[in-house]
Design a protein around this ligand. Structure first.
Ligand code: BES
Ligand code: ZN
Length: 665
């Protein structure tokens, strides 16, 4: 059985080398219909008489092996794993007829004709009303962690990497996680054909082997704006967005994307994917960013007009090396993707901005980490950096800031213990050079770290490594890091002072004497976030103070979702206060895009926003939470729906267990 707890495929016997896709996107019936062809290589020692692929909610029409129709069965549907597609291998070559199994290295050709269904978790088909432009529908995928299997039958494990090509026919422009072959990105939109009416074939090729979770497709009325690229680079870069947003998107990202990509090459290795494009998705996109190969997907909530949230783009750029280059072998080692990426993303902040920017990101992260560690108090296993999942366990249940923040702090601790960046950065480059193109476990990472300093380091370096409490960092549970970390607090000073001032104003009645809109002058989005997060850590403010806080700084009407979220979290902190009832209504309207003032009616589909709001609403006013969700369910992405629905059962459980323990007192 695979060491990957989330796949049923027999990838240890036979592995995917190349995938060819021929799809038609049908916006009317909301299906992708087509064919996937595979080049598989035999890699196991034992002979193999079937290929098992992962699928979920797919209609399988026909299977071919080496060009001939083949028998197949579709196993029962497992809620997490999906259905195993078992394809019998005929004894086709002469050697095998004599009982000699085909040798390691033999290549097998397989093809599956199939269609997606309404249940496919990877896909969200949006009505035109759910887009920015309101004129055309939109389709996008999200395959990480284990949803590629609902897009195409596949060995859905990050330990297998393959190249791919795709021919996609659609009436709207199509984007994929690959290099565009035709028509050209910078040519006429939709190759000069009528958008929404006429079909165009889009051809893509991904010559760099990628794991299945980096497969991606999007289709809508999108336009392209190329960025200026530094001289001598072999890659291009630009941004895609719906026609109505593309200018704002270009402005938000054009300065930083190529600058950070170039800086990243200096500390690692040259960028390998040829194209680094961004795509701004509609508001229901469930993540901040997703590092699909060649084409990072981002939430439109990054378009704040002040470039304050570009660190999400820096994060996704960094995945080009950490994740897309060196890949986690399976979900247990997710921190190798996210912890490394977070560590390097913040290192770039230090190099291109200031050390204070690096410290500031760690500070913001530490608050989010402690919230999530608390959230997992009853499931301490998910407080670990390396998580040993059961076969079939839902890895999305463990999705939190823990792998990001514990991982980044672990690497920062290693950097400091070894003696700083001069000693650590050459190792980072060697790590990337050694493992790019491969999928590795935490043990392989650690073995290489030791081997590197044994070869290139000093006795002191080895002693430093031996002084690390590996067990506490990798398998420790609890509410704090194994070591208390210190960060550069330069940028937090003003935010903390303002939070302290509010905290000590509890008995003040005339608040306008103490606070006015100028308090926030000179603070950027991030500093306002820290101010509000710090305030949230104090005991709840009186209702009068919350009203004043919201009004004086315009927090109840800001279009900046990061700030609005923090305000509602404060306002809903004391669920028994009358203020909570008022703000629960506001927060509910905001999260589903139904505020009176809202023009676009944009749902806050990014899980970072909708999950905490639904969690808080469930405590403050459960009936309102459930009604709001049920009336707007379809506006959320299937992945977000799943997790929001869990909020409901978990909170219900907590409320019930709390009540019963109160009763027994
Ligand atoms: N790869 C992740 C998104 C992801 C992780 C999707 C696991 C599905 C399963 C992406 O790189 C990411 O970390 N996004 C963050 C933004 C980042 C700046 C921390 C997000 O969406 O919040
Ligand atoms: Zn990430």
């Amino acid at each position: 059985m695979s060491p990957d707890p989330t796949t049923q495929s027999n990838h240890l016997s036979v592995t995917t080398r190349h995938l060819s896709l021929e799809w038609t996107l049908d916006f009317e019936t909301r299906r992708i219909v087509g064919r996937a062809a595979y080049e598989l290589e035999l890699v196991g020692k034992e002979s193999v008489n079937e290929v098992i692929l992962d699928t979920a909610h797919l209609d399988i029409h026909r299977v071919e092996v080496d060009g001939k129709a083949a028998e197949f069965t579709l196993g029962p549907l497992h809620a997490v794993m999906g259905s195993a597609l078992r394809i019998a291998l005929p004894h086709c070559n002469a050697m095998e007829k004599q009982g000699i199994p085909p040798g390691v290295g033999s290549v097998l050709k397989l093809a599956v004709e199939y269609a997606t269904t309404e249940e496919c978790t990877a896909l969200q088909w949006l009505d035109k009303e759910q887009t920015q432009g309101g004129k055309f529908p939109f389709l996008f995928s999200q395959c990480q962690p284990i949803y590629a299997r609902s897009l195409v039958p596949i060995q859905d494990t990050p330990s297998v990497k393959f190249t791919y090509e795709a021919r996609i026919t659609a009436v709207l422009p199509v984007l994929m996680s690959a290099v565009r072959v035709s028509p050209p990105s910078t040519g006429l939109p939709h190759d000069g054909k009528e958008i929404g009416k006429e079909e165009v074939e889009y051809v893509y090729r991904q010559p760099v082997p990628i794991p299945s979770y980096l497969l991606a497709i999007a289709s809508g009325n999108v336009r392209y704006r190329p960025f200026a690229v530094p001289k001598g680079k072999a890659w291009t870069s630009g941004v895609w967005a719906e026609e109505e947003l593309v200018d704002a998107a270009e402005w938000e990202f054009k300065e930083d994307t190529t600058r950070f990509l170039e800086a990243e090459e200096k500390i690692t290795t040259p960028y390998r994917f040829g194209v680094y494009d961004l795509l701004v998705l509609p508001p229901s996109f469930p993540y901040g960013g997703m590092e699909n190969a060649c084409l990072t997907f981002v939430t439109p909530t990054l378009l704040t007009g002040d470039r304050a949230l570009v660190d999400v783009v820096v994060h996704e750029i960094t995945h080009s090396w950490f994740g897309n280059g060196v890949t986690q072998a399976n979900a247990s080692h997710f921190w190798l993707n996210e912890g490394w990426t977070t560590y390097i993303e913040r290192l770039l902040q230090q190099i291109l901005r200031t050390p204070a920017h690096r410290g500031f990101s760690f500070l913001i992260g530490s608050k989010a980490l402690s919230d999530d560690l608390k959230r997992y108090e009853s499931q301490p296993k998910y407080q670990r950096l390396q998580i040993d999942f059961e076969h079939g366990e839902n890895v999305d249940d463990a999705y939190s800031r823990v792998p990001y923040e514990k991982g980044a702090n672990f690497l920062l601790h290693l950097e400091r213990t070894l003696g700083g960046l001069d000693i650590f950065l050459p190792y980072v480059k060697n790590y990337v050079e050694t493992f790019t193109g491969r999928s590795i476990t935490t043990q392989e990472w650690k073995d290489h770290l030791y081997a590197y300093y044994r070869t290139y380091g000093t006795k002191d370096n080895m002693q430093a490594l031996d002084s690390i409490d590996w067990n506490a960092w990798l398998f420790g549970e609890g509410l704090v890091l194994p070591i208390s970390m210190e960060y550069d607090m330069g940028l937090a000073y003003q935010s903390n002072a303002l939070a302290d001032k509010w905290n000590s104003s509890r008995t003040v009645t005339n608040l306008s004497e103490l606070f006015d809109a100028f308090d926030l002058q000179g603070l950027d989005t991030k500093q306002i976030i820290v101010f509000l997060q710090t305030l949230k850590d104090f005991s709840p403010l009186p209702g009068t103070h919350i009203d004043f806080l919201g009004n004086v700084y315009g927090l109840t009407s800001t279009p900046n979702s990061e700030i609005r979220l923090r305000f509602y979290e404060i306002a809903l902190l004391d669920s028994t206060s009358p203020a909570a009832i008022t703000y629960a209504k506001q927060a509910a309207a905001w999260v589903v895009g139904k505020e009176a003032a809202s023009q676009h009616g944009a749902v806050k589909g990014r899980m970072k926003f909708c999950r905490p709001i639904f969690r808080a609403l469930h405590v403050a006013d459960r009936e309102l939470a459930e009604r709001t969700y049920l009336e707007n369910k379809l506006a959320f992405h299937p992945i977000a729906r799943n997790l929001i629905e869990k909020v409901s059962t978990i909170v219900l459980f907590l409320v019930l267990s709390h009540t019963s323990s109160c009763n027994s007192d």
